[in-house]
Design a protein around this ligand. Structure first.
Ligand code: ARG
Length: 501
């Protein structure tokens, strides 16, 4: 059977099997590319007309058909047409006839086409992700003054280390998340160039205006090298990397919440909307959202490995391996985006039990460093020596089942070692609040330091927002200009008399 129905059927004498079609098609994942494919087609055809590469009279009808697709509620992709590009081209040909619609793919290949669609789609997803990450950062940075002295134990090696504040914890996560936003922007910077016009791999003999199409598609620049433009997938790997790192950041916060919400810690309470009960154990309040945030980071890490492996041996020039750039990347984008959003809600409802945090800090020796520092500052003891003395005192207290709160005993233990520090002095010195307030170094826990950091972080959020608004506006404006030019073209040029096939 001659493959007459296929847009590529000329040299074939029999069609692919349904099994091969099912194995190779991308219509399911390409659904997300439809709007970008159609926009790209519009711009390509307007350029072909402007450059007099295709007859002037076919431009209007083709863009009119494309505008119909752009306005349609839904464009159903037919699997037998393999991918979005063949589907849209087929729809245009069905609407305008082969004599008209058959001109659309002049001077182009699906290889530069898919590379362009993907960059356009990923650009839009960067916007969504940056938006969602900034919303989470907003929630983290939105806290009352009292959080500056709301005490939590700070941990190293999962062991109580030094007291910190809720404000300190919140700003730490905001600070980390801001770098994840920065990484998405870095990805955007390298996404922001237009492969369209690269052809299959080598350019074309048609006199294309690549700057015109890049501009109307809202890109910053033309991608200079045709073979690079059609072969590159490093931006996809880089995107997956940003997603994997971002999801990993969130998983670390989730781990803290899982542990701290447990009854042994009781440092925080998750909002009821973000936890579930047990089918058998009536006492349970399980932090399932936080657990899933932790677990789902695996999807994003997996996608990064999949993409690196997929791309690693692909010689330059398109190979179908590269078609595997989409399914897992879509999943990774969805995972990170939904995770950012659910974490935003969970963080908003998270409550810390800071009376408990303060208790724990009195009892878990987290102010031992203060005692060592005091001997250095007030008793001229070298730090290495004071470290040993306080270590001995901590050891003795633990052996006696006491804590640093027992300031009479601490005072006696110090006296035994030749240092007179009154219990009343120790009561202030060993207070977790004294430690938190006293760490005034830049970036430290003191309210003044955290206030300064918070201010800097809020400034960074504002700068990211203005970047986002600027880039979104550029893309939106380009789309509006494309549509306006298309409408003018569709209205001005009458349907040609060459007829429909
Ligand atoms: N479906 C393909 C992809 O997703 C589109 C381009 C295919 N090009 C080709 N020559 N087979 O990458």
């Amino acid at each position: 059977v001659k493959v007459t129905g296929k847009l590529w059927g000329g040299r074939f004498s029999s069609d692919i099997t349904s099994e091969v079609l099912a194995y190779t098609l991308t219509t399911d994942v390409d659904v997300r590319l439809v709007e970008f494919d159609v926009w790209q087609d519009i711009v390509h055809v307007l350029m072909l007309g402007k450059q007099q590469i295709i007859p002037a009279e076919v431009v209007g009808p083709i863009v009119a058909a494309l505008l119909d697709l752009l306005d349609a509620d839904e464009v159903v992709l037919r699997p037998e047409l393999e991918d979005v590009h063949f589907n849209v081209e087929q729809l245009v040909i069905e609407a305008t006839g082969l004599a008209v619609g058959g001109h659309m793919h002049t001077g182009r290949s699906r290889n530069d086409q898919v590379a362009t669609d993907l960059r356009m789609y990923l650009r839009a997803e960067v916007f969504e992700l940056v938006d969602a990450a900034l919303a989470l950062i907003d929630v983290l940075l939105d806290f009352p003054e009292s959080d500056y002295l709301a005490i939590l134990p700070g941990y190293t090696h999962s062991q109580p280390a030094q007291p910190v504040s809720v404000a300190f914890w919140r700003t730490a996560h905001a600070s980390m998340l801001l770098r994840d936003v920065g990484r998405l922007r870095d990805v955007f910077a390298r996404l922001d160039e237009c492969p369209l016009g690269a052809g299959a791999l080598a350019g074309t003999s048609f006199d294309l205006d690549r700057a015109f199409t890049a501009d109307l598609l809202g890109f910053d620049r033309v991608m200079a090298h045709a073979l690079d433009a059609t072969s590159a997938r490093d931006h996809v790997v880089e995107f997956a990397s940003a997603l994997a790192i971002g999801a990993t950041t969130l998983s670390r916060m989730a781990e803290e919440i899982v542990v701290w919400s447990g009854h042994e810690y009781r440092l925080c309470e998750i909002g009821d909307e973000y936890a579930t009960g047990s089918s058998i154990m009536p006492q349970k309040k399980n932090p399932v959202v936080a657990e899933l945030v932790r677990g789902r980071a695996g999807r994003c890490a997996g996608t990064l490995v999949q993409l690196l492996t997929m791309v690693k041996s692909v010689t330059l020039g398109y190979s179908c391996d590269l078609q595997e750039d989409k399914p897992y990347l879509w999943q990774s984008i969805d995972t990170y985006l939904s995770t950012l959003r659910v974490v935003t809600g969970q963080t908003r409802g998270l409550r810390f039990d800071t009376a408990r945090g303060e208790q724990l800090c009195w009892n878990n020796f987290t102010t031992a460093t203060e005692l060592a520092n005091h001997l250095v500052a007030e008793h001229e003891v070298p730090f290495r020596e004071s470290h040993r003395i306080v270590g001995e005192i901590v050891g003795a207290l633990i052996a006696e089942d006491r804590t640093l709160r027992d300031t009479d005993r601490v005072s006696a233990l110090l006296a035994e070692r030749g240092h007179a520090v009154a219990p009343e002095v120790l009561l202030v010195l060993l207070d977790p609040r004294t430690a938190v307030t006293g760490y005034t170094s830049a970036g430290g826990t003191a309210p003044t330091s955290v206030t300064a950091v918070r201010h800097t972080l809020a400034g960074a959020v504002a700068e990211h927002r203005s970047w986002l608004a600027d880039r979104r506006a550029r893309v939106d404006t380009a789309r509006a200009r494309s549509v306006a030019l298309a409408r003018a073209s569709a209205a001005a040029i009458p349907v040609p008399t060459t007829g429909r096939t």
